[in-house]
Ligand binder design. Structure first.
Ligand code: ZN
Length: 211
């Protein structure tokens, strides 16, 4: 493995441990990836079925654009690799992160009928790349969950095309995807969106209790 790959794998493992500590990647849930090179496409991808709180750099696999493992023995890439690859291609992302938090799961169901969730008026929105004011309205699309990853990747491709300004999307009763030009930016986007989703969820609960 190249030094670049090892450094990227170490970065993904560190992010996984941090997200696990916040309760966003419990058990073997969620997955993380970062682009190692574009031509031909090589992506560092977390292996399937590993505890994300204990993800080690050697459990990060190198995959190609067909989600085939190219240079690592043992381990199988995440089932959701095809979704990561699609996001990398559609958005030119350098890293893609996917969390399964309680709040993103709840809100992905609560707002599914509307096809998404509008987040506006929060200062934390300014943590999203290109957003300069709290008055920004972020539309977070919600896509119906599926175990057919080829079809789901196509649906996500269409969703990303339709919502070109979106910094992430939710899979219904499943989780959140976000991305960035690099791992640091993708991590920041997940932190911002998780914060906003939890804030919205807690606000709804407090309002409900005070009626
Ligand atoms: Zn997932």
């Amino acid at each position: 493995m190249s030094e670049d790959f090892n450094e990227i794998a170490g970065g993904l493992a560190a992010v996984a441990r941090g997200f696990h500590a916040r309760g966003w990647l419990l058990g073997t849930s969620g997955n993380l990836s970062a682009v190692v090179q574009r031509e031909p496409l090589r992506i560092a991808m977390s292996a399937s079925g590993v505890d994300k709180g204990e993800l080690r750099p050697e459990q990060v696999l190198s995959i190609d654009e067909g989600a085939r493992v190219v240079s690592h023995d043992g381990g199988k890439p995440s089932d959701e690799s095809l979704l990561h690859i699609r996001i990398v291609k559609e958005r030119g992302a350098g890293a893609v992160l996917h969390t399964h938090s309680v709040w993103n799961t709840i809100l992905s169901d609560l707002y599914a009928a509307q096809g998404g969730l509008k987040i506006e008026g929060y200062e934390m929105l300014k943590g999203l790349q290109g957003v300069r004011t709290h008055e920004h309205a972020e539309w977070l699309p919600i896509v119906e969950n599926s175990q057919d990853m080829t079809t789901l990747a196509d649906t996500i491709g269409e969703t990303l095309n339709k919502h070109k300004a979106a910094h992430g999307f939710l899979l219904r009763r499943h989780g959140l995807y976000s991305w960035g030009d690099n791992l640091a930016q993708a991590k920041r986007h997940i932190e911002i969106l998780e914060f906003l989703l939890e804030t919205i969820g807690r606000t709804l609960r407090i309002r409900e209790q005070s009626i």
